[in-house]
Write a protein of this length. Sequence first.
Length: 394
Amino acid sequence: MIKYRRMLIFILFLFLSTSLAQNSKMNIAVIDLDPTGISNNEAEFLSDRLRTELFETGKFQVVEREKMNAILHEQGFQQTGCTSVECAIEIGQLLNVRVMVAGTIGKIDDIYSLSIRMIDVESGAIIRTATRDYEGKLSEVLTEVIPEVSAKLAEAESIESEKTEEEIPQKQDLLRFAILLKGGFSFLSYTSDINQAIKDLEPSVSEFFNDLPNLSNHSNIGLEARYTLSQRWKLKIGLGIENLISAWTVTIDNSVLFREWSFEREYQFVNTYIGVNFSLWQKPEIYDVYLGTDIGSTGFNSRLKQHSVALDGAVTDLDDSYSYNAFTWKLSFGGIYFLSSRFSLGLELALKGGGKFNTSDQLPRDAQNEAGIIFPREVDSSGLQIVFYFGYHF
């Protein structure tokens, strides 16, 4: 007897739990999407998928299409072309639901535009909205856009005041621009001729150069602006500056000609560029993984500072600077992670190449410098860049 009583209590508890769970879901009905640029059959198919995806979120009790059509048919009411708030409210009252879902699906060129509204039947207020523009195939709208919009409707917070569709700001317009502050490291190959020239020197001279830093290591900073052309493509324009992490310095004391002789080299590259990025994988406001390419002009600035004290005590200080320009290009692979709808963090790897800077007119007259130690005959700024960036989207 006790065993059957426990089983009865368990069944009753399960029934009450199921009833409470169902009652906590919002009772809604979905009107077929109003089509523009696509067929009615395609719009009906997308509408059925919208009903299924809304139900799958677990937040809604959705009236089945057949049941809704049967009730409307009995009342002599057609849902076709019903896109206004007043029409949706009237259908909602006939179906005895709390909220109606209505919207439009249109196509212009290769872009599909989906706009959905959830309307409170009692107050007539638009309580939730979701809009999405997508460039691609209609099948991708079915499998990617409809589930994404359904999830957004399930998670969105209620909008207290009633707004028309024209008054609701569109995310695509708000987040079309981005400003990126960039910084990282560059590993350039332009110093190979300097290093080779040092190796070719007499041992008595080359020993002074043994502690030189690796000139291929640069820090880079930059600023980049991006503009969204379409769902996949983004235009970019930017400025990047690369500086030696440590100066190239040599000091010689008590030589045959000088009591003291020292010189210091500084290198800097300034790159202006324009290009495009193509999104490989993306999820709005979560992540974006892309390939990019750009072309531009890089200015190379080479500076030499010398200080010498002759055997007779005469002091000489020289400060020379040379500037050159060359065509450059980059191929990049990167990713963005959105901290919020406005702010993001990113990482980018770029392969940089282009023309060489001809610096032959920098060569001093003395034979030692002509070896290319102080002034390289050709400078090549190609190499790998690792860039981190912080972005603001608007």
